[in-house]
Design a protein around this ligand. Structure first.
Ligand SMILES: CC(=O)N[C@H]1[C@@H](OP(=O)(O)OP(=O)(O)OC[C@H]2O[C@@H](n3ccc(=O)[nH]c3=O)[C@H](O)[C@@H]2O)O[C@H](CO)[C@@H](O)[C@@H]1O
Length: 348
């Protein structure tokens, strides 16, 4: 069968797309990717050797009056281009993993014989997937959304290299702390973590790897001051499996894929949700673990003292073991294979 993945914009859409693409290829299907010119997918998808077609489109949620007035025309143009792509490659089903390329792509499936499949990674449907879900043959979700839009809860697919990690949970000192801003970096983590964690770094109780986001290296290095030489600071981490293997504790945003990855690996985590995410979906993502005592949450508007208390508690080995047990109970495995199976079933 010929499948197309429609995903772009951020790692949170692209990496699950890659996991699903590989699972479908493993089953002998042909894979094509529809992305947007200038998006992160241009760089990442090529590295994985997947045939990539880029539409010359920009985000539909245009800024200002001109953006709003030209939106219908831009959408129509994108739909026309996406339809041409489906017909040219004889695509049986297009899988929307989210991102703005998925809107024209999703609507274009209704103009040809391509079936539409949706996978929503977050605990709240995003704008594009919300409108596509009503028109799709099959809707799958990363979190348990109680069958909204007749969806099936499958989980979020994590990369093979991450799923294979086996951890040793016993380390007491120094504790390896991974700070992750997500694929775009997180301002709060870059500015507030250095001073809040300073005492633990100076006493040698913790070691830090900190992913700060593109073009944020200098400002984060400055925030760490004289401690900077002891911090492994990186703008973007290519080998996430290696850093998850290293980490005893994580402090990170609650993007859907990061949540899935730390739960798959079993890393005790303090989530710091991005407060401006649409419909506050990062808080909902994090709460799915916090409610099961499998993680902690700290909101940006809480005090430093509240963070320090939570951090102190997560360093305790007993507490970490409790959280790891709770994570083991809820983790989903082989999600990409499950999604590939349901995609095949939808096309038959
Ligand atoms: C600010 C915002 O709205 N972010 C959204 C975006 O997040 P974003 O793409 O940042 O977040 P996710 O946590 O979902 O995914 C990040 C992915 O990038 C990878 N990674 C990250 C850093 C790095 O240095 N190297 C690397 O490979 C992670 O391993 C993960 O696979 O899409 C997600 C999925 O729809 C949403 O849940 C997030 O709310």
């Amino acid at each position: 069968m010929n499948f197309a993945i429609m995903a772009g914009g951020t790692g949170g859409h692209i990496f699950p797309g890659i996991a699903v693409a590989k699972a479908l290829q493993k089953k002998g299907h042909s894979l094509f990717w529809l992305g947007a010119k200038g998006g992160m997918e241009e760089r990442i998808v090529k590295q994985h050797g997947i045939a990539l077609t880029l539409l010359p489109i920009k985000p539909l949620r245009g800024k200002g009056i001109i953006g709003m007035l030209t939106m219908p025309f831009r959408l129509l143009k994108g739909i026309y281009q996406a339809k041409k792509f489906f017909v040219k490659h004889n695509i049986d089903a297009a899988i929307s993993m989210g991102g703005y390329v998925a809107a024209p792509g999703g609507f274009a499936t209704k103009l040809c014989r391509t079936k539409l499949i949706v996978h929503e990674q977050n605990s709240v449907f995003g704008m594009t997937n919300r409108s596509l879900a009503k028109k799709a043959e099959l809707v799958m979700t990363g979190f348990d959304l109680n069958g909204q839009y007749s969806s099936r809860w499958v989980g979020n697919p994590v990369r093979d290299s991450i799923e294979k990690i086996i951890k040793n949970y016993e380390r007491v000192k120094p504790i390896n702390v991974l700070i992750l801003g997500g694929s775009l970096g997180a301002q709060t983590l870059n500015t507030r973590m250095p001073s809040m964690l300073a005492n633990w770094v100076k006493s040698g109780d913790i070691k830090i790897k900190h992913q700060c986001g593109r073009d944020k290296f200098r400002m984060t290095e400055t925030a760490y001051g004289e401690m900077a030489q002891d911090i492994d600071l990186q703008e973007f981490i290519q080998n996430m499996a290696a850093v998850y293997q290293w980490a005893d504790v994580c402090v990170c945003r609650a993007g859907a894929l990061t949540v899935a990855e730390v739960s798959t690996v079993g890393i005790p985590t303090i989530f710091v949700p991005y407060p401006h995410a649409v419909d506050d979906h990062q808080t909902h993502n994090a709460m799915s673990l916090v409610n099961k005592k499998a993680a902690l949450i700290w909101q940006e508007n809480e005090s430093d003292e509240s963070f320090l208390n939570k951090f102190e508690s997560i360093l305790d080995l007993g507490k970490r073991n409790e959280m790891q047990l709770a994570l083991a109970k809820i983790k989903k495995t082989h999600v990409a294979d499950a999604i590939a199976f349901y995609c095949e079933e939808a096309v038959k």
